[in-house]
Design a protein around this ligand. Structure first.
Ligand SMILES: O=C(O)c1cc(C(=O)O)c2c(n1)C(=O)C(=O)c1cc(C(=O)O)[nH]c1-2
Length: 603
């Protein structure tokens, strides 16, 4: 009896620390742990491990949001895409810039937020030529007195949050091989979790865990290759669907040796469920884009993988799209909530897919509970078979070598990009920053040369039907349908914040920062910032007890780089084929590098 007690104690202890944010109206609940920081601060990229981007702050509400004013602004001086979001720890705000990846610390107790220090990691400029999609960075995470983030040249850096001194730095990838890093780490207990970019250069995707204290690599989970290397050897590894079961699928689902160039990178978001003690992430496109050069399912590209953070061993894996023919990276955010589902409380994983489908899974088992089109023009598949977990592919839209396939929706840029959604337990809605593009796609020959583009496709993207390029879609999870949407002339390439004041914040690529009513989508306030927005809004309580809202203004990223002077609007294949979709961004915005902070007027 005493033995059993001992065994259950650690997890019981863990669970005691977990609190839940909930709302009686929807029955939705979101786990929060002390390691996500106190209410009013912002320690993790997505605020919490659930990737909810839902703040409990309510001083700014739908009744008063129209009074928001600028409190302070400053320029980071780096004119590339400002993705991600600041962190707030105590009275300090931390900002990571695009390459050369400065970390700036601002003293929020000083008027105008005086700079406390600037950390310069001096990344190797070789990485600049390897990044597919501008020189972006999606932010930092805080734990144990350290601010931790990735540099474009594949270093994970931990900086003393107080002094700005380097605590440790670990090189985890090789720019010579085409690897870069743009994603924001999360810190689970004593492990820092990071992933690589380079799916367009034939790299092999991975997730690595580093020791929070020393920066030493604890485990590496590749997303292609033998089970030994994908860490799928545990008896607890139980993929839900037959199609995902079997030995060494990360080798056998590829032509010989192709898995070594198989992409499936991790450049998006990682989630963690402290109760189940599992991490979740999505993987990118298989290398090479041309599907005829890699017959097979190409595991584990376009998959959602659940792992034990301690060992890295996989618990389940579900491939959303076998044998991708459209470059649909599925590194999108996985939002973890518990919710009544068909009369029963379920532990859900919500994944707004690049494919245009909203995937809802049971995150204990990896079972697909629903997959509904949230992008109305999605035509590469008609739906999903929930018994097999397979998409019902429209073969007329499957791309091939030497053959142009026309009018595929959505395009490779997806029905949404990496820019993250938010969820609100008060409304039961997921707020998705979506866009509306279709494409023509042709597979072509590709030769692998380490560290150079390895695409094997000509793509041309253009606006989808309807006369709009962006839409903030409020999606009713349980009923599997759109509740409402806010159409935007330009593509949405920034994240969303939801608050318990029932306000949704988001930014547009033409530089409008907007607040909308979370219940019905009425735009309540908007402010024109200096440059297009590709960052994610965040909120916190300042030293004076007031609620503040921060956002970056600085156009960039893949689609956003069409605003850069060097991209020719006359070349439809420039910016990886997106100029047809976004060339006119140049007319409405230009490069920027600003942080904006807003608040209600002082009483
Ligand atoms: O396959 C990859 O490794 C990889 C990496 C990245 C990146 O690191 O930013 C992007 C993409 N793919 C990609 O497909 C894509 O659409 C994209 C857009 C952006 C952006 O910041 O706007 N990055 C990336």
């Amino acid at each position: 009896e005493s033995l059993a007690q001992e065994e259950t104690e650690p997890s019981a202890e863990r669970e005691q620390e977990i609190s839940f944010i909930s709302d009686d109206g929807t029955g939705m609940r979101i786990a929060r742990t002390p390691s996500a920081g106190p209410t009013g601060e912002w320690w993790l990229p997505a605020l919490d491990f659930a990737n909810s981007r839902y703040s409990q702050l309510d001083q700014v509400s739908k009744e008063n949001v129209q009074n928001l004013e600028v409190v302070t602004t400053w320029s980071t001086g780096i004119n590339h895409g400002h993705e991600g979001q600041p962190l707030v720890v105590g009275n300090t705000m931390y900002v990571v810039t695009p390459f050369p990846n400065y970390l700036l610390a601002f003293d929020m107790t000083k008027p105008g937020y005086a700079l406390k220090w600037k950390f310069e990691p001096h990344p190797d400029p070789t990485a600049v030529g390897k990044a597919c999609c501008d020189l972006v960075n999606r932010g930092a995470a805080y734990a144990d007195g350290k601010v931790i983030y990735n540099t474009l040249d594949n270093h994970v850096v931990a900086v003393n949050a107080e002094t700005g001194e380097l605590a440790w730095m670990t090189k985890v990838g090789s720019a010579d091989e085409g690897e870069t890093m743009t994603m924001a780490p999360i810190i689970v207990k004593d492990k820092v979790l990071v992933g690589n970019s380079g799916g367009e250069l034939g790299v092999r995707g991975w997730l690595k865990a580093l020791d929070l204290q020393t920066g030493e690599v604890q485990w590496i989970a590749y997303n292609t290759g033998p089970d030994e290397e994908t860490l799928m050897t545990s008896p607890d590894f139980k993929p839900y669907y037959a199609k995902d079961q079997g030995e060494d699928l990360g080798v056998k689902s590829w032509p010989p040796e192709q898995w070594k160039l198989g992409g499936s990178t991790v450049w998006g978001w990682v989630s963690y469920d402290p109760e189940l003690d599992l991490i979740y992430y999505g993987t990118g496109n298989p290398g090479v884009w041309n599907p005829d050069l890699r017959p097979g399912a190409n595991k584990w590209s376009l998959s959602i993988i659940a792992r034990d953070p301690e060992t890295g061993q996989a618990r389940w894996a579900y491939q959303l799209v076998p044998h991708d023919a459209w470059d649909y990276d599925e590194i999108m955010e996985n939002i973890l909530v518990d919710m009544p589902w068909k009369g029963e409380m379920r532990k859900l994983l919500i994944h707004p897919g690049r494919t245009g489908f909203m995937y809802v899974l049971d995150r204990e088992t990896g079972e697909l509970l629903s997959a509904d089109k949230y992008h109305p023009h999605t035509n590469w598949a008609s739906g999903y078979d929930l018994d097999t977990g397979l998409p019902k592919v429209n073969e007329a839209k499957r791309t091939h070598m030497g053959q142009e396939t026309y009018d595929i929706c959505p395009s490779s840029t997806g029905a949404k990009e990496v820019f993250p959604s938010a969820i609100s337990p008060r409304t039961g809605l997921v707020y998705i920053p979506a866009h509306n593009y279709c494409m023509n796609f042709q597979g072509i020959e590709a030769n692998y040369i380490a560290g150079t583009p390895y695409l094997g496709a000509d793509t041309m993207m253009y606006p989808g039907p309807g006369g709009y390029l962006g839409e903030l879609i409020a999606w009713d999870v349980v009923n599997g349908k759109k509740a409402w949407g806010i159409k935007e002339q330009y593509p949405l390439q920034g994240g969303v914040l939801a608050t318990s004041g029932d306000v949704i914040f988001y930014g547009t690529t033409d530089g409008w920062f907007k607040a909308a009513d979370a219940t019905n989508g009425e735009v309540l306030w908007k402010f024109k910032v200096s440059s297009g927005i590709v960052g994610n809004p965040m909120t916190y309580i300042g030293p004076d007890g007031r609620q503040y809202i921060a956002i970056y203004a600085g156009i960039g990223g893949w689609i956003g780089s069409n605003a850069f002077e060097k991209i020719s609007a006359d070349d439809p294949t420039a910016a990886l084929g997106t100029t047809g979709a976004a060339a006119n961004l140049k007319k409405v915005t230009a490069r920027g590098s600003d942080v904006y902070v807003f608040a209600l007027p002082e009483e």
